[in-house]
Design a protein around this ligand. Structure first.
Ligand code: TMP
Length: 211
């Protein structure tokens, strides 16, 4: 059995990751690829409990350091009990947010050092990482407007100010620049179809030759 591929989707709030995951799932199914769609924080019963603690409540509920530890507690459970078993069964895993979100939100947004977070990542996951990361880039104001229009519940993180979200956007772009072999940036201001086409092109060039 060939191991499946691990694809993560990253970006700011309302960038269109959920719609893109739906499109990718259908396109991969047409190619005969079985996918598992999941999200972070969450994806297992235990991690979903932690998600509830992390996303709800007062903005000041947790410090960035506590948040990072809770995110990684959820992530380890998710990787060990859901993601790795699925990859080993040959499924391709599409994950809405992963470790880059901690680097952006708790690291750059929350002021934690990149080296500390890299150490935490290594302790938690060893060298486990995504085979491909699609970063959906969008102006934060447009993303937040989309989230509000959809009537979605505003989480603790969406309550931060515009400057915070601008720093997050730049943080994701910096990660893409640091790790070009893993990351591809997609223009989230394009139509749903155009974003999906660009994502599929990245999947084809980055993953099919080694699938
Ligand atoms: P979402 O599923 O709607 O994207 O909500 C998840 C929220 O959690 C989002 O605001 C980003 C935040 N988050 C972090 O702050 N750090 C992380 O490591 C992850 C995975 C998410």
């Amino acid at each position: 059995m060939t191991r499946g591929k691990f694809i993560t989707l990253e970006g700011g709030e309302g960038a269109g990751k959920t719609t893109l995951i739906r499109g990718l799932t259908h396109a991969l199914a047409d190619l005969g690829i079985v996918t598992l769609v999941t999200r972070e924080p969450g994806g297992t019963p235990g991690a979903e409990l932690l998600r509830d603690l992390l996303l709800n409540g007062d903005v000041e509920r947790w410090s960035s350091r506590t948040e990072a530890l809770l995110m990684y507690a959820a992530r380890v459970d998710h990787v060990e009990r859901c993601i790795k078993p699925a990859l080993n069964r040959g499924a391709w895993v599409l994950c809405d947010r992963f470790a880059d979100s901690t680097r952006a939100y708790q690291g750059v947004g929350g002021g934690l050092g990149a080296a500390d977070l890299a150490e935490l990542q290594h302790f938690a996951l060893n060298d486990f990482h995504a085979d491909l990361t699609l970063i959906v880039d969008l102006e934060p104001a447009i993303g937040l407007e989309r989230t509000i229009k959809r009537g979605e519940k505003i989480t603790r993180f969406e309550k931060f100010d515009a400057e915070y979200h601008e720093r997050l956007r730049q943080a994701f772009l910096d990660i893409a620049e640091e790790e070009p072999e893993r990351c591809v940036v997609l223009d989230g201001s394009q139509s749903t179809e155009a974003v999906l086409t660009a994502a599929l092109a990245a999947v084809r060039t980055r993953l099919f030759s080694t699938a």
